[in-house]
Design a protein around this ligand. Sequence first.
Ligand code: HEM
Length: 462
Amino acid sequence: MIRRLMLALDDRLGTAHFMRKALRKAFPDHWSFMLGEIALYCFVVLLATGTYLGFFFNASSQPLIYKGSYASLHGIPMSAAYASVLRLSLDTRAGLLLRQIHHWAALVFLAAITVHMCRIFFTGAFRRPRELNWIIGLVLLILALGAGFTGYSLPDDLLSGTGLRIAYSVLISVPFVGVDLAFLFFGGAFPTAQTIGRLFFTHVLIVPALIVVAMTLHLGIIWRQKHTQFRGPGRTENNVIGSPLWPNYAMKSVGLLFAVAATVTALGAFFQINPIWLYGPYNPSNVSSPAQPDWYIGWLEGALRLGPSWDWQIFNHTVPAPFFAGVMLPLAFFFLLFVWPFLERAMTHDGEPHQLLDHPSDTPWRTGVGAAVLTFAIVLTLAGSDDVQAKIFGISVETLASLYRIVLLILPVVVGLLTFEFAREVRDRRNASPKADGRVVISRTDSGGFVGQPEENTQRRS
Ligand code: HEM
C-alpha cells in the first residue's frame, strides 16, 4: 500500500528523486553531534508537559484566601495563580509529576544547549559558512533563557516573586528608558495585577513560537549546508561521512528521543524540584533565605552579588549599581559571542570555508579564551549561591563575596593560560609524532583482529 501511495505521489509530484537523496543524507556518528538533538527533544517534552499544565494553571493575580487541601497554608492570602499551582501539585492527577518533568526538562534543555554551544565553539564549527547558524543558535539560547525565567516566575511563590522583583530592579536601572521599559513589561510599578497574565502569554505563546521559528531556520540551514565532521581517514573538505538518514540515523534519533524523555521523566518522578508549597505565596515584604534561582540564571545572580556598588550621576540622572552587573555584563558577554566568528576571522585572516572540524588542541588560543570565559561564568554561578555556602561553612556572606571577587579576576586568566599551554603541548607532540594522532578509525573483526573502519556512507558536498 505504501509503495502504491509513493508511486502515486511520484507520478504527480516527482518526489522519488528528492526522497531518495534525502533518505541517503549522511549524519556524522560522533557523539557530540547528539547534543543539539538532546536540546531539541527536551523542547518536545517541554511542549507536551507544558500543554497539560496549561489546562490547570490560572494566570491571575486575583487575591484569595486559601482553603484547599494543604492544611499548613489554610487561611493565608495568596494569588489565584499560586493557589492553582498548589491545586495542580497536590490535588490534580499526575499534576505534580508533570510539573516536575517540565521543570527538569527545562534544566536539561539549557544544559544541553550550553554544552552544544561549547562543542560548536571549541571545534570551530561556527566558521564560514556557518556564522549565520551560530547567530541563530545564540538567539535560541537567549529565547531558552527567556522561556526558563518566565516559566519559573509563573507560580507567584515567594522564591520566584523575589526573582521577578530583582529582574524589575535591573530593568529600571537602565538609564533614561528603564522605568518606561519596566512599566511597559510589568504593567506598572511592581508588583502589579497584570504581571502574571503577561508572563503567561509570553511563556506559552510568544517565546515558544519564536523558538519554533528559530529552530526551523537552524535545522533548515544545517540540512542545506550539511554537517561538519571531525578529521579522519577519507574525510575531506568536499565530502561528509556518516550514517544514512534512513534507517540508521532515524532509528538512532528516535531512540535518543525516548532516552531523553525517559531521563527527564525519571528525574521528575524521583527528585523533588521547586516545592512551591514550602516557600509560601509571594509577599513583597518577605524574602526567603537561602534563595537560589535555577542554574542557568546563577551567573546573572552572581554578577549582581559581586558587581561594583557604583552609583554614577550622568546628566543629573543616577545610573545605579545593578545596571553595571545586571545589564552591561550580560550585554558585553552576548556581544562577544555574537561577533566571535567575525573577530576570529579578522584576527586569523582565515576567511576560507571549513567543513572539517578543529580538535580543541589545533587552536590553543581559541581553546584558552573559551576556557577563561567558561571559568568566569562558573565562578559567577558559584558566587550566586554564596549565601548557601556561607551558611554551610559558617563564614559571613561579605567575606565570601570579597573572596569571590578576587577569584573572579584571577582564576579565569590562570585557567586560560594553563589551557593554552596544555593545548599547545598536545598539538606539538601530535605534530612531532603523527602516529600518535589517535584519529584513525579502527573497528574489531569477528575473529578479534582490528581493521580500518569501512566508510559506508559518503556524500559529496555540492
Ligand atoms: C534550542 C537550542 C538549539 C537546538 C535545538 C539546536 C539544535 C542543533 C542540531 C540538532 C544540530 C545538528 C547536530 C549538531 O551539530 O549537534 C545543530 C548544529 C549547529 N548548532 Fe545548534 N541548536 C541549538 C542552539 C545552538 C546554539 C546556542 C548555538 C551557538 C551559539 C548553535 C550553533 C550551531 C551550529 C553552528 C551548528 C552546525 C554545526 C555543525 O554542522 O557542526 N546551536 N544544532
